[in-house]
Design a protein around this ligand. Structure first.
Ligand SMILES: Cc1ncc(COP(=O)(O)O)c(C=O)c1O
Length: 397
């Protein structure tokens, strides 16, 4: 399986060796060399031959990364545009950019339809970092008008219109947006700068359906071309469809700027195997676990649903070094594995797990261990995992 490189996982475990006697599990371990490798691979696919403009084609979703140390690897590669879904992620990005003196480079789309309280919290975060560019998302024409009312006078905020291309999760269908062009040209405190069309319902192989969806987005972009002073940005695609989007002739041409938004590609996981095979991704995030119980054909690890891919059915992970072990349904803190062939690891043995879904795995950790060849391992906060309390006013002591 591409990306499931037993030799690499074994080398990482060997590097962890000196730490293992004192390092409790479960622990999130990130291979920074693999992170940089994956970022470079995405940029190559975006067209590194464009002379440095490849970074301009990618607005990665940072819901996968959630740690400033990982976001900074994107910045080191020249990728300063990104997408996020939560206020925690927005805060992390703004604060890390401020810390690095890079606020004026950061350009973040909060790709989530905000209700009023969340809007005011986001506005407050953006106001504290005025040099950074923050874009918001409107779910419907009425929502755009409500956001405009909530925004009030002050620095105009950038707005993307969320276009439902068939996923039926958020956004409005193209016809609803195109009927509202006149109403939306009267927004006072928001500037329409883009269309957001996330086709997350489509699988890698559904390239015809994806092409039809992109055509609908381009038709809508033509209807909105009269609004705004800069070329509209069209944001599509995650890890499971970006390649079709990059190849779509109308997204590539036109008077707009198209950007893809895969985020999982930075760390990779079992679910992203088509993208991993295409790009030659390396697995960058693992859960370190230990055998806490052993039966005749079974071992149990200390990495249950509170440590790895809680949203995925069994098997929700693989062990590159132990291909004969298959993960069964976890409990909260226990993961039983059935032996299909080969040996069983000894009680206390440390193993590395590759999650089926890395985004929901990273979200379970408050800290991670960073590895880079030639450097000492370092611990880093996963600053945007979970949800903090956000309040628009200082209502909460
Ligand atoms: C709005 C949005 N954009 C982009 C993505 C892409 O993320 P990934 O690369 O993890 O598939 C997602 C994934 O859920 C998403 O919800």
């Amino acid at each position: 399986m591409p990306g499931l490189d037993a030799a690499r996982a074994a080398a990482l475990l060997a590097d962890l060796g000196p730490l293992l006697p004192g390092l409790a599990s479960p622990a999130l371990v990130v291979d920074l060399d693999a992170v940089d490798h994956n970022i470079a691979a995405v940029l190559r696919r975006c067209g590194d031959d464009l002379g440095g403009r490849a970074a301009d084609r990618w607005r990665p979703h940072v819901k996968t990364l959630k740690a400033a140390a990982l976001v900074r690897r994107l910045w080191a590669a020249g990728v300063f545009r990104c997408k996020c879904a939560t206020l925690d992620e927005l805060q992390l990005l703004l604060e890390a950019a401020a810390e690095d003196g890079r606020e004026d480079s950061l350009d973040v789309l909060l790709a989530y339809p905000l209700h009023e309280a969340a809007f005011h919290a986001a506005q407050r975060l953006a106001a504290a970092h005025p040099a950074a560019r923050v874009h918001l998302l409107a779910d419907s024409p009425d929502h755009a008008l409500a956001l405009d009312r909530w925004a009030g006078p002050g620095r105009p905020l950038d707005l993307h219109l969320d276009v439902d291309l068939g996923m039926a999760r958020t956004g409005s269908p193209p016809a609803i947006w195109s009927d509202a062009v006149a109403r939306l040209s009267s927004l006072s405190h928001l500037r329409i700068v883009g269309l957001h069309g996330y086709e997350g319902h489509l699988a890698w192989s559904q390239t015809d359906e994806a092409a039809a969806a992109y055509d609908r987005l381009c038709d809508l972009a033509a209807a909105f071309a009269c609004i705004g002073t800069e070329p509209l940005e069209l944001v599509t695609s995650g890890t499971h469809s970006f390649s079709a989007a990059l190849d779509h002739p109308r997204l590539n041409g036109g008077s707009w700027r198209h950007r893809i938004s895969p985020g999982t590609v930075v760390l990779s996981d079992l679910r992203s195997q088509p993208a991993a095979a295409l790009l030659g991704l390396q697995q960058a995030a693992y859960v370190l676990a230990r055998v806490i119980s052993r039966g005749s054909d079974r071992v149990t690890l200390d990495a249950g649903s509170k440590a790895i891919a809680p949203d995925r059915p069994a098997p929700n992970c693989r062990l590159p070094a132990w291909p004969g072990l298959v993960a069964l349904s976890p409990s909260e803190e226990h993961l039983p594995l059935r032996r299909e062939h080969g040996a069983l690891p000894e009680p206390g043995a440390a193993v590395l797990l590759v999650p089926d879904h890395v985004c929901t795995t990273v979200n379970l950790y408050r800290e991670c261990l960073l590895f880079r060849s030639g450097h000492s391992p370092a611990r880093a906060p996963v600053g945007a995992s979970g949800h903090r309390l956000f309040s628009a006013q200082d209502l909460l002591a």
